[in-house]
Design a protein around this ligand. Structure first.
Ligand code: TEU
Length: 571
């Protein structure tokens, strides 16, 4: 599983600064509210830059702050070159760029160009069949033989990611438009060269403002295959056939055009969010010479606990499946590059999902989950609050959810006759809203996030889990993240070493090595809430350097519940 020296050289070009970086994601709506309206904002973020510098991260990825009707919390953009008043102004963004740069950090902006808002001027114009912008979106007539607007008359059988058909009927022209996400997020037609030029000039406008990269929302969906009916899986009515919507035939061409016309000559971090992609394709998008992007942000590992009803199936992660998946991506990307994450604004809290969030074990569990991710090869992403060990919210009723994806799913389940009481535990476990509860700064009411009633409830455990209690405590989850970030900065083996999984089928144990030249590091982790004796054939390495641990090492052959050790075993 060792990769060649040539591969290392390609994956370590001196100007690829992002290979040693750690990214911190801010979801502005939930980070810090400066003006007391219950919604986070840019001035709120500006007040926390020293906190980020203390943590030690290199890059901030900011979720969308552009003008938006907020149907999908800003992932529905109606003006790409202005800021929603909810969040602030362009002057605030300039201050953010300056404030981050002063502290040695960089800013990566969210680029959402698979779709716009239906309130974007382009789409408003496109609604007129005679408009030159008609072809900027995917307008199609009803299925032949079906009266427009009747059930089943959609041009294809595609389902939207947010439940229901991916086509919306427009009574004005009797045509349908495509929306892979909500009906207020019509898909742009990238086949049209004017669309590409409009997007590219907007990207140049942002680069001129001084940003350091783009996180590209569902960028592998911009090239569609034939607009034809797809396969329907058992138990489904609509098609979610990846072959038709993801990694389409012109994706490389579109991204190459973007690279040549926008990205070239800048020293950027570009990350492509790519649902449904494969390791082979990801390798091609991120090849240092022929690829178009710095790294992918892929979904295979976060989909492992999905079942027949997707993420709301009540399935738990099988850790040995995850280990196999890690091996596949760590070895399969060659000189390509991956993002390392369990959390973002679309995922529930990892501590509740795959760890142990009980008061007794949550600190150890949060630290060990962090070590397992940060010691892999790739770029680690810390999602706001993850560095504190924030947990899922105790959602108890439907009225507490805010996310369109959960609410649309619940409405559809209701139409199918599924009682809310059956659905609630699944929503509570997997809903995106778990990531979106306010950042827990202090133990005060409102968690120091806002002085007003926040747009979504604060987790009651902010009284125990908060930044104020952790920043200066060397035993805290925060301090552990700080140490992990420093390890990556200080040691080339963490950034570039080859990965080898040990004991892949041993339940309860997650063990691997990283090797660079003579330097070998060993990571040992107990991923259960019971003590774990290390297998005899696995070195316990009493005499080696403990670079970072979660517990006092009393018995070298025994790991406490959720204990992990990062060891330097030879050099
Ligand atoms: O997410 C893409 C995506 O595939 C997820 O939305 C996923 O389908 C969802 O979590 C359902 O489980 C990106 C953004 O990160 C997300 O917030 C947006 O809603 C979406 O694109 C549309 O812009």
């Amino acid at each position: 599983m060792t990769s060649s020296a040539a591969e290392h050289a390609r994956a370590n070009r001196p100007d690829d600064w992002w290979r040693s970086a750690v990214v911190y994601q801010i979801y502005p709506r939930s980070f810090a509210d400066s003006n007391g309206d219950g919604v986070g904002d840019l001035q709120g973020i500006l007040g926390k830059l020293d906190y980020l510098a203390t943590l030690g991260v290199d890059v901030v990825w900011l979720s969308p702050i552009y003008t938006s009707p907020q149907d999908d919390n800003g992932y529905d953009i109606s003006d790409y070159t202005d800021i929603d008043p909810l969040f602030g102004s362009l002057a605030d963004v300039d201050a953010l760029i300056a404030g981050l740069h002063e502290r040695g950090m960089k800013l990566v902006m969210d680029l959402v160009v698979n779709h716009t808002s239906d309130e974007h001027a382009w789409f408003v114009e496109s609604r007129d069949p005679a408009s030159p912008k008609r072809d900027w979106y995917w307008w199609r007539p009803a299925r032949p033989g079906h009266p427009a607007g009747t059930p089943g008359a959609e041009p294809t059988n595609w389902g939207s990611f947010f439940s229901g058909p991916a086509w919306e009927h427009d009574p004005a022209s009797d045509d349908y438009y495509l929306h892979l996400f909500s009906r207020k997020q019509p898909d742009l037609n990238w086949e049209n060269p004017e669309v590409r030029q409009a997007v590219f000039s907007m990207m140049r406008w942002w680069l001129d403002r001084g940003i350091d990269g783009f996180r590209m929302d569902v960028i592998n969906l911009i090239s569609k295959s034939a607009l034809a009916d797809g396969e329907v899986s058992e138990g489904q009515v609509l098609s979610y056939d990846a072959r038709l919507v993801a990694d389409g035939p012109r994706l490389h061409e579109f991204l190459t055009e973007m690279k040549e016309q926008v990205l070239a000559g800048h020293n950027l971090l570009t990350v492509g969010e790519m649902p449904l992609t494969t390791v082979e394709k990801a390798a091609s998008y991120t090849d240092p010479v022929t690829g178009e992007l710095s790294m992918v942000f892929q979904f295979e590992h976060v989909d492992l606990d999905h079942g027949p009803y997707g993420k709301y199936s009540g399935q738990r992660l099988d850790w040995n499946d995850y280990k196999r998946n890690v091996v596949k991506w760590q070895s399969g990307l060659g000189a390509g590059w991956n993002s390392l994450y369990w959390e973002n604004h679309d995922q529930p809290r990892s501590l509740s999902r795959i760890g142990d969030d009980s008061p007794e074990l949550r600190v150890a569990s949060a630290k060990t989950l962090a070590s397992l991710l940060h010691l892999q090869r790739g770029t680690p992403y810390v999602y706001q609050g993850q560095e504190l060990g924030m947990t899922n919210h105790p959602f108890a009723e439907l009225g507490e959810f805010r996310d369109i994806e959960a609410l649309r799913y619940a409405a559809e389940a209701h139409d199918r006759g599924q009682p809310v009481s059956d659905l609630l535990p699944h929503l509570a476990r997997m809903s995106r809203d778990n990531a979106r509860t306010p950042m827990q700064w202090t133990a005060e009411p409102g968690a120091g996030f806002s002085t007003a009633e926040p747009w979504i409830a604060v987790n009651p455990n902010h009284a125990e889990i908060n930044a104020a209690a952790q920043v200066d405590d060397p035993a805290s989850v925060f301090s552990h993240y700080q140490a992990l970030i420093k390890l990556r900065h200080d040691h080339e083996v963490v950034r570039l070493g080859d990965f080898e999984m040990l004991a892949p089928d041993d339940d309860g144990l997650f063990a691997f090595t990283r090797t660079l030249g003579e330097e070998v590091w060993l990571v040992l982790a107990n991923i259960t809430s019971e003590p774990l004796r290390l297998p005899e054939d696995l070195p316990s390495h009493t005499g080696d350097d403990l670079m970072l641990g979660t517990h006092e090492r009393v018995d070298p052959a025994l790991l406490q519940p959720w204990e992990s050790r990062v060891l330097r075993v030879s050099r």
